[in-house]
Design a protein around this ligand. Structure first.
Ligand code: GH3
Ligand code: MG
Length: 468
């Protein structure tokens, strides 16, 4: 049964109803006494009515006060806590609340089994769910930032992995990506032998079936292989897809504790969302490569090469390290074009580029500087080191016979060298200019030779060194 509402305060309604009951008791009490055996002339008097009325009002008031003291504090606590959370959400300062709430400070003690107890329990559960979803939202916000800020694939994977390990109970993980048909590890943390991951059956199966694989490793089972630096309790393998194409997989292992809901949820969220970012990073690196590389020879183009040279030369000055530039030009190339045609000329350029690329060390830069002219940037190489490398190239070019329609074409190259800091140079253009001058001398001196800037012609017996 529900009584009608009198005001907009439930407690005031309660008070008014109590007072009504008081009035009713005050009126009924003298009659009750008559029925009980008292003389009517003693109790049905104005004075006795007044006394009964006052007593009824006092009983009503005391009942109201008791209800207020027993029930109201609990409701007040509940409403205050709820108001706090609502204010926090509204003023976007829920983070401050969650900090306190994580330590249980926002929870309400459940002290009864009635509706108030049920409300308190429900409030605690709602708060828990709110904190968890807020935490996921917060981590996902950081993850989205990483995805939108990183076009570099390994940086993207590294930062995502760190975030996953920081915010879940995963303690190790790796990202694997399929590039040119091969599965490669692009980031790993805490994995013992990441390079062996692509050969793992479970990962292969996960990529084939495009399905999450979850392996539980209870303490009592013996492990025949060691994946992580610690004993994992669970291993997740999540496929990474973009528009129905499998791009790779996320492997993650929990430590002593199995994955909780939060960990599971984030692993799924990350692997589902990172597909787009990985795809973008892969396209970006492809375009970057295309923009930096010469289409015919596969070595760097002049625009990229000059930018690289500027950076590398500044570093060489800063760190006072050796850097030698070699300018390589094909001899009498015009006549190859004239005699055999441009297509054959192109093939010759391509083959010489391949010889140069195969001779230099990893980290050295080969640039197609002009049509049939190459620039090599040799890091850490003294002029003599560079001279030896260029001599090898020169000999190899001379010894490689290009075949065209039963005709054998012999090609030679001339090389000019300028080494820093042996040759002082204020900027990279000055060093290029010196290498160019040495090349010019090499041509003047009869071609098919390597010339160091600043060395007399025929100064050294066997090699054709020239003073510029
Ligand atoms: P030198 O020994 O003095 O270097 O003589 P050269 O004939 O090599 O020099 P020159 O600068 O007179 O000629 C270079 C020629 O290279 C002219 C140009 O048509 C040709 N060439 C430039 N780029 C390309 C290219 O991409 N493909 C082909 N086939 N020929 C090119
Ligand atoms: Mg030439």
């Amino acid at each position: 049964m529900q009584l009608p509402r009198l005001t907009n305060s439930i407690f005031l309604d309660q008070f008014l109803f109590m007072q009504l009951i008081g009035v009713f008791i005050g009126l009924a009490f003298p009659h009750f006494l008559v029925w009980y055996g008292f003389h009517a002339e003693e109790v049905l008097t104005i004075d006795f009515y007044i006394v009964s009325q006052v007593a009824g009002q006092i009983v009503g008031l005391i009942s109201f006060l008791l209800i207020s003291m027993v029930i109201r504090p609990h409701l007040k606590l509940l409403s205050n806590k709820m108001q706090d959370i609502a204010n926090g959400l509204q003023s976007k300062s829920f983070d401050d609340h969650t900090l306190n709430c994580e330590e249980g400070m926002c929870q309400i003690e459940v002290s009864s089994n009635d509706e108030i107890g049920v409300s308190a329990r429900a409030y605690n559960q709602l708060l828990d769910a709110l904190i968890k979803s807020h935490e996921v939202e917060r981590v996902f916000g950081r993850f989205s930032k990483i995805m939108s800020e990183n076009l570099d694939l390994s940086k993207l994977a590294d930062e995502t992995l760190s975030l996953l390990i920081q915010t879940t109970n995963f303690e190790a993980g790796a990202f694997l990506v399929i590039r040119q048909g091969t599965l490669n590890v692009i980031a790993s943390q805490g994995i013992l032998d990441p390079e062996s991951l692509p050969d793992h059956d479970v990962i292969e199966k996960c990529l084939k079936e495009i399905k999450t694989k979850r392996i539980s490793l209870p303490d009592n089972i013996e492990l025949d292989g060691v994946l992580t630096h610690f004993r994992p309790s669970e291993i997740f393998v999540e496929p990474i897809e973009f528009k129905g194409t499998v791009l790779g997989a996320l492997v993650a292992a929990t430590g002593a504790y199995a994955a909780d809901d939060h960990t599971e949820q984030l692993a799924q969220l990350f692997s589902r969302s990172i597909g787009l970012a990985i795809n973008n990073a892969m396209i970006h690196s492809k375009f970057q490569k295309l923009a930096a590389v010469d289409g015919l020879t596969g070595v760097y183009n002049r625009r990229f090469g000059m930018e690289r040279l500027k950076e590398d030369f500044s570093r060489a000055i800063r760190e006072q390290t050796n850097m030698t530039l070699a300018m390589i030009d094909i001899d009498h190339f015009k006549s190859i074009n004239d005699n055999y045609g441009h297509l054959v000329g192109d093939r010759v350029i391509k083959m010489i580029a391949a010889i140069i690329k195969n001779t230099v060390r990893e980290g050295d830069i080969v640039v197609r500087y002009g049509g049939e002219e190459f620039l090599m940037i040799l890091h850490g190489a003294s002029c003599q080191n560079a001279f030896n490398i260029c001599e090898r190239i020169r000999h190899q070019v001379k010894d490689t016979l290009f075949q065209e329609n039963n005709q054998v074409i012999q090609v030679t190259v001339s090389v000019g060298l300028a080494a820093y800091p042996e040759q002082p140079a204020g900027d990279e253009m000055e060093l290029i200019h010196k290498a160019d001058q040495a090349l010019y001398q090499s041509k003047e001196g009869g071609r098919d030779q390597v010339v160091k800037f600043g060395v007399l012609v025929n100064e050294v017996e066997d090699s054709s060194e020239v003073l510029v």
